[in-house]
Design a protein around this ligand. Structure first.
Ligand SMILES: [Fe+2]
Length: 267
């Protein structure tokens, strides 16, 4: 086999770019499961609770569903805790004060979870508003709409740098918010199941991601977009000091993008 054939064969074995049909079903079920779990966490957290309570509630929901393994560890942010991934300084600061971040009516919680289900990873964020707050609702709707527009725009013949530019233009023309991005929060990153030979450890998905080629959508990247991606633009309303995002896992091909976890979880 010459070098080109070898490298093509290696690429076809890359589960992030060439998932099997069984994998597509596995990711789809795992993502539906994660969405259901995030919804249950949001329903069990109530105004009056602080971020510590919300973290404890999350742990209880995981326990109730027998969830032990996570592609990345859960991130829960209440009120201004939603901004913890908007800068390195915010991330460090957010380690403290969880008791003081109290959920009020008209405010939001940020639930970023990634439980394994039937051996497949998931990755989902729910930004949930309690009660009414038009401005926060607009921020959440904008993040959801933008994520979906990105998901459905992607095709394998685009390269990552072009995609990055398109997303930036799309945000500038349609959203009045700041977009936060790499290194703290990439707009999109690749996604794949972890090799079976790996033992389970904390942040296994994050570590695996960084051993893959071109794991993050970067302006400078020329790699084509085929494969599995997590789309997760993080929008910030600086005045309100709140952030919102969702996460969609998609499979980008030459045709219509496949978006995982669209159906309600069926057990
Ligand atoms: Fe996530």
């Amino acid at each position: 086999m010459n070098a080109l054939t070898t490298s093509l064969a290696a690429r076809r074995k890359d589960p992030s770019r060439f998932p099997t049909d069984a994998d597509l079903i596995g990711y789809d079920r795992a993502q539906s499961f994660a969405k259901m779990i995030a919804g249950e966490i949001a329903a069990r957290v109530q105004p009056g609770m602080n971020e510590r309570d919300a973290v404890a509630t999350t742990a209880q929901v995981f326990k109730d569903h027998g969830i032990k393994d996570h592609w990345h560890m859960p991130v829960i942010g209440v009120a201004d805790g939603s901004t913890k991934f908007t800068s390195a300084g915010r991330l460090i600061k957010s380690v403290f004060g969880a008791r003081k971040r109290v959920l009020r009516d008209g405010d939001l919680i940020f639930i970023d979870i990634a439980p394994f289900f039937e051996g497949y990873p998931s990755d989902f964020t729910l930004t949930h508003l309690y009660g009414k707050n038009e401005r926060l609702q607009r921020l959440i709707d904008c993040a959801l709409g933008l994520t979906r527009r990105i998901s459905t725009h992607l095709r394998e013949d685009q390269h990552a740098g072009q995609t990055w530019e398109w997303i930036k233009r799309e945000i500038e023309s349609s959203c009045a918010y700041d977009l936060r991005q790499f290194p703290i929060s990439p707009v999109a990153h690749r996604f794949a199941k972890v090799p079976e030979s790996w033992p389970y450890f904390r942040e296994i998905g994050t570590v695996h991601l960084f051993v893959m080629g071109a794991p993050i959508l970067l302006r400078s990247s020329k790699i084509n977009m085929r494969g599995l991606w997590v789309i997760e633009p993080l929008l910030v309303d600086r005045e309100l000091d709140r952030a919102a995002k969702t996460e969609e896992i998609v499979f980008v091909t030459g045709g219509e993008t496949l978006i995982f976890g669209e159906k309600p979880f069926a057990g």
